[in-house]
Every structure is written in structure tokens, then in C-alpha cells.
Design a protein around this ligand. Structure first.
Ligand SMILES: NC(=O)C1=CN([C@@H]2O[C@H](COP(=O)(O)OP(=O)(O)OC[C@H]3O[C@@H](n4cnc5c(N)ncnc54)[C@H](OP(=O)(O)O)[C@@H]3O)[C@@H](O)[C@H]2O)C=CC1
Ligand SMILES: O=C([O-])CC(=O)C(=O)O
Length: 274
């Protein structure tokens, strides 16, 4: 690993080899300019050994808290409950942490201060969303409102704490049901594995308390559908995305691609989009 550092490559580690992590690992193994995969953290090594062995340059398996020793960039793609255990040791060492479980960041926002104090960075990819470049730009001026409506197939919402705690039966729905309306912050509590997108949107724009979201369980859709309306002093824009679910029905296929695009930008000569 020291050799790779000496060669000028940015070393990348991945925490969690699920739907998102395996795709990022494969892309890094196939080659991203100036980056190499050096380490991964998994909960059950035996489960992932065959995948790791199938890579051309198999990474080392390390505990979560050691990823920052083996990498310049630590990519978090585990459940949000693990966010702190992954990000804290990395940013303490001055590393960059790419966070996909961004909903979990709201309850751990001191990590941003920790990163700042230690020369680390926290990078939130656009993920399963669209247009955070425009939201970032509008936020340089004044954004008056950000409203989002998320519709997901039943499988994309099963088990969400909001649904369980309120005893809502979504299994037998025949028409769309509005489950939730409120702030991105409250939505992240009720749907921690379902509305990371709303939190990313809020952090790019006017924050988790002012960003409004509706969450619908919709048996008539087969994709994770997000529609967003932004009203700002520079522009008014509407955005929509219909994500094809990955093998994890809660996660759109585009999420891993978004992280790969972010990683590509770290060393690319030509960068397009903010
Ligand atoms: N920002 C965005 O736009 C989006 C964010 N997400 C979020 O990204 C995260 C990852 O999603 P996804 O890949 O679909 O999830 P998966 O459930 O497919 O994968 C998560 C992986 O993390 C592993 N894991 C669990 N605990 C640990 C641990 N202690 N150490 C190491 N690995 C662990 C799991 O292992 P095991 O298989 O053994 O359980 C699993 O392989 C989720 O939090 C999800 O909500 C998802 C979609 C969009
Ligand atoms: O935000 C999330 O956690 C996932 C999501 O909506 C999607 O993949 O479309």
C-alpha cells in the first residue's frame, strides 16, 4: 500500500460490499484514472471472499476503523448505523470520506467539525438523485423553497421505522398512499434507508429543516421516483428521476454509478459539472 501511495495513486477503501459497494469495487478494479482499491471492510468475510478473490487486485480486508490507515478516500456504503464507526476514524486521520448513508449524517453532524479540525473531508455524492449541481449553485444566491415528492414501490419501503411504528399495512395497497409529509430531517428518522436523497438535497440547498418532502407508497410504480421543485432568486427548476431498483429494492442502480463518477473526478484531467 505504501508503494501505491508512492506512485501517486489515490488509495480507496470501501466499507460495505452490498449493492453499492460491490459495483464501486468492481469499477475501481477495472481501472479508474489515478485511483486504486486497497482495502475493504465487511461484516462477514466468508460471505464476500469469492467476490474479493475474483478481483484482479484483491484488496485487504480490514476492520472499519482501520480503513483510513490504508486509504486516502474511504467510501461508506454500509447501513447508516455504521456511519460513525466508518467516518470518524477516517476524518480524524485527515482522510476524505465519501458518505452514501447521508441520512445518518444529520445525527452525526459533529463529524463535519471533526473533519475540518483534522484536514479531512466529507463528500456526499448526488447518489440516487439529480441536479445537486443546480441546487448548489442556486444556494449561492437565495433559495426560497425546495419541495420533493418521493414515490416508491412497496418493496422499496418495507421495514421503514415510520411504517412499523405507525402499524401501517402497505402490503395490500391497491392505490398510492401518502405515508409522510414534513421536513427532510424528520423523513430521515422515519425512513433511514429510503430517503437519503432528501437529505443530500437538503444539504446542497436550504438544510434539512426547510426542505419539504412527501413519501408515498405506490403499488403502481416499479421505480423509485423522485420529483423536486426549487424556487430561487436565480431560477425556478423542476427535476425528476425514475430509478431502477438494484438487487436491494431500496437502492437505485444509479447510486453506485454516482459514486464512481465522483471518484473519477478526483484525478480526472477534464471535469464536467460542479
Ligand atoms: N445517497 C443515496 O442516494 C443513497 C444511499 N443509500 C444508502 O447507501 C447505503 C448502502 O446501500 P446498499 O449498498 O444498497 O445496501 P446493502 O444492504 O446492499 O449493503 C450494505 C452492506 O453493508 C454491510 N455491512 C453491514 N454492517 C457492516 C459492518 N459493520 N461492517 C462492514 N459492512 C457492513 C452489509 O453486510 P451484510 O451483507 O453482511 O449484511 C452489506 O453488504 C445504505 O445506507 C443506503 O440507505 C442507498 C441508495 C441511495
Ligand atoms: O435515497 C435513497 O436512500 C434511495 C432512493 O431513494 C433511491 O435509490 O431512489
Amino acid at each position: 500500500m505504501t508503494d501505491q501511495k508512492a506512485s501517486g495513486e489515490l488509495r480507496v477503501a470501501i466499507a460495505g460490499l452490498g449493492s453499492i459497494g460491490t459495483k464501486i469495487a468492481t469499477a475501481l478494479d477495472q481501472g479508474i484514472e489515478g485511483l486504486s482499491l486497497t482495502a475493504v471492510a465487511v461484516r462477514d468475510p466468508a460471505k464476500h471472499q469469492a467476490f474479493i478473490d475474483s478481483l484482479r487486485r484483491p484488496p485487504t480486508i480490514l476492520p472499519l476503523d482501520q480503513l483510513g490507515e490504508a486509504a486516502d478516500i474511504v467510501v461508506e456504503c454500509a447501513p447508516s448505523s455504521q456511519l460513525r464507526a466508518i467516518v470518524e476514524p477516517a476524518v480524524k486521520r485527515g482522510r476524505a470520506a465519501v458518505v452514501v448513508s447521508v441520512g445518518g449524517l444529520l445525527d452525526n453532524f459533529d463529524l463535519v467539525d471533526l473533519a475540518r479540525a483534522n484536514g479531512g473531508r466529507i463528500l456526499v455524492p448526488t447518489g440516487a438523485l439529480i441536479g445537486l449541481d443546480a441546487v448548489n449553485a442556486a444556494a449561492i444566491g437565495t433559495i426560497h423553497s425546495v419541495k420533493m415528492v418521493t414515490r416508491k414501490p412497496i418493496d422499496g419501503l418495507k421495514g421503514a421505522p415510520f411504517i412499523v411504528q405507525n402499524n401501517i399495512d402497505i402490503d395490500n395497497l391497491r392505490e398510492p398512499l401518502k405515508l409522510f409529509e414534513g421536513s427532510a430531517r424528520e423523513a430521515a428518522k422515519g425512513f433511514p434507508a429510503n430517503v437519503n436523497v432528501a437529505v443530500a438535497l437538503s444539504l446542497a440547498g436550504i438544510g434539512p429543516d426547510r426542505t419539504q418532502i412527501q413519501v408515498w407508497a405506490d403499488p403502481t410504480v416499479t421505480r423509485n421516483v423522485h420529483r423536486i421543485e426549487v424556487e430561487a432568486d436565480s431560477a425556478r427548476f423542476s427535476m425528476g428521476i425514475e430509478n431502477i431498483p438494484s438487487e436491494n429494492p431500496k437502492t437505485g442502480l444509479i447510486t453506485a454509478l454516482s459514486v464512481i463518477a465522483l471518484l473519477r473526478k478526483q484525478r480526472a484531467t477534464l471535469c464536467v459539472g460542479t
